[in-house]
Ligand binder design. Sequence first.
Ligand SMILES: NC(=O)c1ccc[n+]([C@@H]2O[C@H](COP(=O)([O-])OP(=O)(O)OC[C@H]3O[C@@H](n4cnc5c(N)ncnc54)[C@H](O)[C@@H]3O)[C@@H](O)[C@H]2O)c1
Length: 319
Amino acid sequence: MAGKILIIGACGQIGTELTLKLRDLYGNDQVVASDIREGSEELMSSGPFEAADATDATRIEALIDQYNISEVYLMAAMLSATAEKAPMKAWNLNMDSLFHILNFAKDKKIEKVFWPSSIAVFGPTTPKNDTPQTTIMEPSTVYGISKQTGERWCEYFHDKYGVDVRSLRYPGIISYKTLPGGGTTDYAIEIFHEALKNKAYTSFLAEDTGLPMMYMDDAIKATVDIMEAPSEKIKVRSSYNLSALSFTPKVLAEAIQKEIPEFKISYEPDFRQKIADSWPSSIDDSQARVDWQWKHDFDMQSLVKEMLAGVSEQLKTTK
Ligand SMILES: NC(=O)c1ccc[n+]([C@@H]2O[C@H](COP(=O)([O-])OP(=O)(O)OC[C@H]3O[C@@H](n4cnc5c(N)ncnc54)[C@H](O)[C@@H]3O)[C@@H](O)[C@H]2O)c1
């Protein structure tokens, strides 16, 4: 790598684990974390951190110059459920931050960009099962609209200006190290905390709401793999479908009951149900598997075991 890596939005659910992984792989000083808030103790103490607002192009440019940055991972965004409460703010954050980075890449200030998209790019008219890479996309949430627009711009900047931008349509990402940031799949994380604390959980999605999901380690592996792949293998420059698991709250509850038999689940769907209903139940990611040999490791029961072990360890230290 010619220069260092800058991660914007490094203190979030995915950014935290991504930063730690990249520091592991390339060296602590090679990976600069930035965010508008401070992160976990491990993140803050393991390498450089800079407070920076992703919408402030001057500040981001100064960091690129100061650290000789050649790769940017733009993880800052307003997520689906939060964005519905502040649509214009979400639009401005999600789009402005992306334009700044794409323009820096166009001007050759940086060489490579990672920008995450989401299954939210799909909408109610999209085929729900095994959703193909290329299909009808009429997203009905402001988050989905911003991600779909972002995908179009990524492809445009690649095709027109040769920008090396790579992207994945993450499904719901499940992890315990950092709390999720206001997405529609957050139930699949809260459920583990409540199962261990109270042996009961009230889901904000209905029991039969199937959604694509993935354990964090697989999401990080996919991110590292797509960024390390030779440029010619990256045939999709909008964003790749990415998939591991697909399950409903009921099926997840049953998997938890195998480990905690007393666990009980009830259902009180709220405004997030409508968002979930507009998304696919399962995703066809065969193109990622063919183009850059994507393969997931975690199945349902291994995810449940990892989550229960991780969350219970955390509960012990916070008592
Ligand atoms: N977590 C998921 O399940 C999921 C699924 C699909 C796509 N994604 C995408 O992955 C990316 C990371 O998601 P996440 O779950 O880690 O989100 P998160 O909300 O946990 O983290 C986002 C981080 O960005 C920071 N941030 C917010 N506004 C900022 C600003 N103006 N400048 C700098 N930093 C700012 C926040 O402080 C936070 O630490 C996002 O683009 C998200 O849309 C996430």
